[in-house]
Design a protein around this ligand. Structure first.
Ligand code: ADP
Ligand code: MG
Length: 313
C-alpha cells in the first residue's frame, strides 16, 4: 500500500560555537554544515528505506532543491513537491562544545499549504492507484484539514504529533488510524507524566484510534484500537546520535502495518532499525536500509528483545 506524506521540508544550518549566543552578543561560528531536514523529509526517507512506496507532498521554497534531490535519491516519489518562490522552511542550530544544541525553527513554505493545493495532491495520488495511507507530522499548517480529507476519501492515516503544541488537542485525532507519539508528546496529550498511564488515558480520549508510543531507551508500546497492548523493549546499544530514531521507528512501523506483519514482528523490525540508527551520526542518512535490518534480526546482532502482549481492562 502506498504512503502519501504531507511532510515538512527543512534546510538545517548547523553552526558549531564554543558557547551559545547570549542576548546582545555577536560572534563568528567555528563552522557550518548544511543538512537536509524536517520531520517530514526524514520520515519519507525512513519509510522508503523500509520498503514502502512513498509519495512526498510539500511546497519547496526558494533555493531548496537539495531537499527534493535528497528525497528522489532515496526512492521517494517527488512529483507532488511544488516549487514556490517563498522562503523555505529552515532551522538554525547552534551546537556547543559539549554537544548540546539549541534550535530556532522557521516554518517558511511548510506553513503555506492551501486547501486547493492539498485537494489537488490528494486527487493526483488517488488517480494513480487505490487506497493508501496518509502520513502527517505537526510541522505543516492545515493538519486537521488533511486528516478530515483523508477520512472522507477513505484513506487510512498516521499522525506523528511532533513537535507537540496546544493546537494538537483540537485536531480530529479520533479519525486517525494511528497516532504516533513519544513519551513527551503522549504525556502532554494524555495529561500525565506516568509512562503506564499514557495509553489508558489516550484510549479514553480517542477510542477509535491505534496508538504507537515510543519511549526512547525504554522501548515502545502499541495499542490497537480496542484493547490489546503490545510492549517491546529496546536493544542495549551505544547511542552515538539519536536524531531520527523516532522517524526511523515510524517508517518501519508503517512498513509492518502496511505489509501484513504481526504487531510483535513489526515492533521487532522497527526497534532493530532504530537501534542501527542511534548507533551512527546524522539524520536521514543514519536510517538503515531494510536489508541491513533483516540481516541484523537474522543474525541476532543486538541480542534478545522483550516483546509481550496484554489485554487492557
Ligand atoms: N538510547 C537508545 N538506545 C536504544 N534504542 C533507542 C535509544 N533511543 C531511541 N531508541 C529506539 O528508537 C525508538 C524511538 O526513539 P524515541 O526517542 O522514543 O523517539 P523520538 O525520536 O520521537 O523521541 C525507541 O522506541 C527505541 O527503539
Ligand atoms: Mg526521544
Amino acid at each position: 500500500m502506498r504512503i502519501l506524506n504531507f511532510g515538512s521540508l527543512n534546510i538545517d544550518y548547523v553552526y558549531a560555537v564554543d558557547a551559545f549566543l547570549r542576548p546582545g552578543e555577536t560572534k563568528a561560528a567555528k563552522s557550518l554544515m548544511v543538512n537536509c531536514g524536517g520531520k517530514g523529509l526524514n520520515q519519507s526517507i525512513a519509510a522508503a528505506k523500509a520498503g514502502n512506496a512513498v509519495w512526498h507532498a510539500g511546497l519547496l521554497g526558494g533555493a531548496a532543491e537539495m531537499l527534493r534531490d535528497k528525497l528522489a535519491e532515496n526512492g521517494v516519489d517527488v512529483r507532488l513537491i511544488k516549487p514556490v518562490p517563498e522562503q523555505a522552511g529552515h532551522a538554525i542550530i547552534q551546537v556547543d562544545e559539549s554537544g548540546q544544541n539549541c534550535i530556532l525553527l522557521y516554518g517558511g513554505t511548510n506553513r503555506m499549504l492551501t486547501k486547493e493545493w492539498i485537494d489537488a495532491a490528494f486527487d493526483a495520488f488517488q488517480a494513480e492507484g487505490e487506497g493508501g495511507l496518509v502520513l502527517l507530522q505537526n510541522e505543516t499548517n492545515l493538519v486537521p484539514y488533511i486528516i478530515e480529507q483523508a477520512a472522507a476519501r477513505g484513506l487510512s492515516t498516521a499522525l506523528n504529533a511532533a513537535p507537540m503544541d496546544d493546537g494538537v488537542r483540537e485536531y480530529p485525532l479520533d479519525k486517525l488510524t494511528w497516532l504516533i507519539v513519544n513519551e513527551v508528546e503522549g504525556g502532554a496529550l494524555a495529561g500525565t507524566e506516568e509512562e503506564d498511564a499514557i495509553l489508558p488515558a489516550l484510549r479514553k480520549k480517542y477510542p477509535h484510534c491505534g496508538v504507537l508510543l515510543t519511549l526512547g531507551a525504554h522501548g515502545a508500546r502499541c495499542m490497537e484500537p480496542g484493547e490489546r497492548v503490545t510492549r517491546c523493549g529496546s536493544y542495549r546499544v551505544r547511542a552515538v546520535d539519536t536524531t531520527a530514531a523516532g522517524d526511523t521507528f515510524t517508517g518501519y512501523f508503517l512498513y509492518g502495518m502496511l505489509h501484513g506483519l504481526s504487531i510483535p514482528d513489526t515492533l521487532r523490525l522497527a526497534t532493530t532499525a532504530s537501534a542501527l540508527c542511534v548507533g551512527r551520526p546524522g539524520a536521514a542518512d543514519s536510517v538503515p536500509e531494510k536489508a541491513e535490518v533483516d540481516a541484523a534480526i537474522a543474525g541476532e546482532r543486538f541480542g534478545a528483545l522483550f516483546i509481550g502482549q496484554e489485554e487492557m481492562q
